[in-house]
Write a protein that binds this ligand. Structure first.
Ligand SMILES: *Cc1c(COP(=O)(O)O)cnc(C)c1O
Length: 382
């Protein structure tokens, strides 16, 4: 057994970003400054979007995206129940009501047929989540959006590299939100980015993300003389720091290298688990790029004599850190109490919630780490 605990989702941090953070600290420019601007330009270039705005999280991005499209109390926004809490909470903080839809078992992505069933006269938007990095069925989602005049905001927290029919995800809807949280495909510690092709959204998000100060407020500390600012909204404190961007500007150019490494790990897992009582992830759909953010194994608990939670305990005892993505939101106490959801409402998401376990997939993993993960899974499930 390995003697050192393998931390789930531990990022690969290299020397250039360490040097860059130190350099930022030495200049004294810790807050939002030139490195944030550079990171935004690099990210917009990578995604082929007109505008990119760096923020302190993807959650902040989702919140501001809701405000940018004008969500008001009483508006309903359709979100998958199979997602992280931030997707639904952003809707609630903007005053809207999250309405859950079920996912498909094979892709774990939101089921367009169930979206259509949940549409009412109050529905204003859909937030598809490209789960684990697998792009959602955007043809169908955009068709529904056109048919019912709904806005689409993409939660791309797992999906920086994802493409659907040669088009990068995050560019289908009005706005796309990305995360650089420590476990994500590239990291800034905490951090997020919103992309869009519309200037009106960009202007609104810049103002709302920095206390509601008028657009040019960030320039007031420059060397062109003091400028008064005006408060035009009751805004938020969501800006990214240069210290964070210092990490991002070195991580982003390595994104494909890290993806290649995760692909190797992914393929080894698939081959190694083929004959175990598990369901390995479905193959990526044709003409798409999967960002390979999470390797989710679905335990065939009907043919095993342990539960998912017992499996997790045993992996932890073997010093392997694992994750669960996710227990469907409608099963959590807050959403049950507030919106009246109950077990039985979303059969596919519940089926996944009971069986899913995420194995380590970071580009940081050594060959020995991968062997340890595989050997541990096999010894528990055989
Ligand atoms: C991580 C994550 C978020 C939130 O990202 P932060 O940058 O941590 O705010 C939102 N949605 C999904 C699906 C996520 O996995």
């Amino acid at each position: 057994m390995r003697n050192k605990f393998l931390v789930f989702g531990s990022p690969l941090i290299e020397q250039p970003e360490i040097n860059e953070v130190v350099a930022s600290m030495k200049t004294g420019w810790l807050g939002t400054g030139p490195k944030v601007k550079r990171f935004e330009e690099m990210f917009a270039g990578y995604k082929g979007a007109k505008y990119a705005m760096a923020l302190n999280s993807c959650t902040a991005g989702l919140h501001l995206a809701m405000l940018a499209i004008g969500i008001k109390p009483g508006d309903e926004i359709i979100v998958p129940t199979m997602t992280f809490a931030a997707t639904a909470n952003a809707v609630i903080h903007a005053g809207g009501k999250p309405v859950f839809a079920d996912c498909e078992r094979a892709t774990m992505n939101i089921d367009p047929a169930d979206i259509e069933k949940k549409i009412t006269k109050y529905t204003k938007a859909i937030i598809p989540v490209h789960f684990a990095g697998r792009p959602c069925n955007m043809d169908e989602i955009m068709r529904l959006a056109r048919k019912y005049r709904l806005k689409v905001i993409e939660d791309c927290a797992h999906a920086i590299e994802s493409e659907y029919h040669r088009k990068k995800v995050g560019t289908f809807g009005e706005l796309g939100c990305f995360s650089f949280y420590v476990t994500k495909n590239i990291v800034t510690g905490e951090g997020g980015m919103v992309i869009t092709n519309k200037k009106e959204y960009t202007d609104k998000i810049k103002v709302l993300g920095l206390h509601g100060l008028s657009k040019d407020a960030w320039r007031r500390f420059g060397d062109q003389g003091y400028k008064h600012y005006q408060v035009v909204y009751a805004g938020f404190k969501y800006n990214m720091m240069d210290i964070q961007a210092a990490i991002g500007i070195h991580q982003l150019p390595r994104i494909d290298k890290y993806w290649q490494r995760r692909k190797e790990i992914w393929d080894q897992y698939n081959t190694s688990f083929a004959n175990l009582p598990v369901f390995t992830p479905a193959l990526p759909e044709t003409n798409t790029r999967h960002a390979l953010h999470l390797y989710t194994l679905l335990l065939d608990i009907d043919n095993l004599n342990i539960t998912r939670d017992q499996f997790m305990d045993r992996m932890t005892k073997k010093n392997i850190g694992i994750g669960v993505h996710y227990i469907a939101l409608h099963l959590h106490p807050y959403y049950r109490k507030t919106f009246g959801y109950k077990k039985g409402d979303f059969p596919n998401a519940e089926w996944i919630s009971e069986r899913t376990v995420s194995l380590p997939l970071s580009a940081k993993l050594s060959d020995k780490d991968i062997k340890d993960v595989i050997a541990s899974v096999k010894s528990i499930l055989r």
